[in-house]
Each structure stands twice: as structure tokens, then as C-alpha cells.
Design a protein around this ligand. Structure first.
Ligand code: FES
Length: 107
């Protein structure tokens, strides 16, 4: 999925386009963004790059409001991007909002 630059809020997709407990990737030259959907339909956006060794968080398993990195199983908090203890690191997060079922991302 490509997106236009230089817009404060960019429409990405509908919430229902993101698999529950899964994600969708927004491609951009400065690094892809993974947009996640929790079981409760809360949407989060993080750089698709694990703070450990750069694993693709979009391919991780979402549980509650965390995602488990597919490479070495660090648990990353979706709201803050912080790795859960005992691991340390932080994935960049992006503002995301849902308006009438449509997902908007600010980059
Ligand atoms: S790269 Fe994500 S846990 Fe190692």
C-alpha cells in the first residue's frame, strides 16, 4: 500500500481491512509502518522495525495490546512501542485515529 506524502492525516483503510489480531503495512521510503488491530478493535501504528534487531513487527502475533516479534519473541507494547521487561528498547510509534471506521495515520 503506498501513500501520499505531506499530509497531516492520511486515510489508510477501513478498520475492517486490518485482520483482527493482525496488521497491515503502509510502505514509505523512510521505513514501513505496521498498523495493528487488537481484538477490541483498537488500532495502533508502529515502525515495522523491532527495537531489538529490526524484525518485521507486522508479522508478529498480536495479543492484548502487545505484539510478539517474529524473530526472537520480544513483546512490544503497541500503545507505547516499548519492549516489555526484561527487554529494553522502543519502536517508533505514529499517531493513528479512527473516524467512523476509517483509519487515519499521521507520519
Ligand atoms: S528482532 Fe525482534 S526480538 Fe529480535
Amino acid at each position: 500500500m503506498n501513500m501520499k506524502a505531506n499530509q497531516p492525516w492520511v486515510s489508510i483503510c477501513q478498520v475492517t481491512d486490518i485482520p483482527k489480531l493482525g496488521s497491515r503495512v503502509v510502505q514509505r521510503p523512510a521505513g514501513n509502518v505496521a498498523v495493528f488491530r487488537s481484538a477490541a478493535d483498537v488500532v495502533f501504528a508502529l515502525l515495522d522495525h523491532c527495537p531489538h534487531k529490526g524484525g518485521p513487527l507486522s508479522q508478529g502475533i498480536v495479543h492484548g495490546e502487545s505484539v510478539t516479534c517474529p524473530l526472537h519473541s520480544w513483546n512490544i507494547d503497541l500503545a507505547t512501542g516499548e519492549a516489555r521487561a526484561p527487554d529494553e528498547g522502543c519502536a517508533r510509534r505514529f499517531p493513528v485515529k479512527v473516524v467512523e471506521g476509517e483509519v487515519f495515520l499521521s507520519l
